[in-house]
Ligand binder design. Structure first.
Ligand code: ADE
Length: 229
């Protein structure tokens, strides 16, 4: 599952997925490409705003339609993310999720706070991460590119290593449909530095996406050849 075309194009090339893909649903711009052992779904361009359909809403519909179409053995939310220098983050580091939460669904009402946080099931892939040399940690999702103090505090509390805009939405659908889920996130910007996120994102998108495109085929091969699978 990917949100931005600039992230997806190098990954498609690395996976040998060619052509224009198939529309997943007539009412949504998401498309899917299918190869011998992997499908890649991209949310597509919003027809009204003419930008990539990022954030949680399209992540939900695309994930639902892609799972219905392909019955996958695992779903991977792949893309770029903000990282944290204070937790060892660096540009183009690629993280594999071991936890997936929201940081901006603040609902201070009885157990709605826990509903807001989500904390969705994440496939236990520590062995795979070790084999590929991938660091693991919490992927934290919200619907904003910026990180106000209230969100930062939440991400510090979960020791987030990657701040994205889709993973928890994908994970929620996977939980409902009982499909194993993980997230693979490449760092474009460091949230806890003084440099504007937008400038870092634009400067580092190429390097982070290249790292993602190198890692995804390795992850898929490692999942396929996992002992006991
Ligand atoms: N994707 C890349 N950088 C991000 C950030 N800082 N926040 C959310 N999503 C991102």
């Amino acid at each position: 599952m990917m949100a931005m075309e600039a992230e997806a194009a190098p990954v498609r090339a690395a996976l040998g997925l060619v052509g224009g893909g198939d529309l997943l649903h007539p009412a949504f711009p998401a498309r899917i490409w299918t190869g011998s052992n992997v499908s890649l779904a991209v949310n597509g361009r919003d027809p009204r705003f003419a930008v990539d359909s990022i954030a949680s809403q399209p992540a939900v519909t695309t994930t639902l339609h892609a799972i219905e179409r392909t019955s996958p053995s695992i779903v991977i939310s792949a893309g770029t993310a903000g990282g944290f220098a204070s937790r060892g983050g660096a540009i183009a580091t690629v993280y594999l999720a071991d936890r997936c939460v929201y940081h901006d669904r603040r609902v201070d009402l009885a157990t709605f706070d826990r509903y807001g946080d989500g904390d969705y099931p994440v496939a236990r892939l520590g062995d795979v991460a070790e084999r590929l040399g991938l660091p693991t940690g919490t992927v934290s999702t919200g619907n904003a590119l910026d990180a106000p103090a209230v969100d930062r505090a939440k991400m510090d509390a979960s020791a987030a290593v990657a701040k994205d805009m889709e993973a928890a939405a994908v994970a929620w659908v996977c939980e409902r449909l009982n499909v194993p889920f993980t997230a693979l996130k490449a760092i474009t910007d460091l949230v806890d530095t003084v440099h504007p996120t937008r400038d870092q994102f634009m400067a580092n998108l190429g390097a982070a996406t290249a790292a993602l495109a190198r890692t995804i085929p390795e992850l898929i091969a490692a999942l396929e050849h996992r002992p006991g699978r």
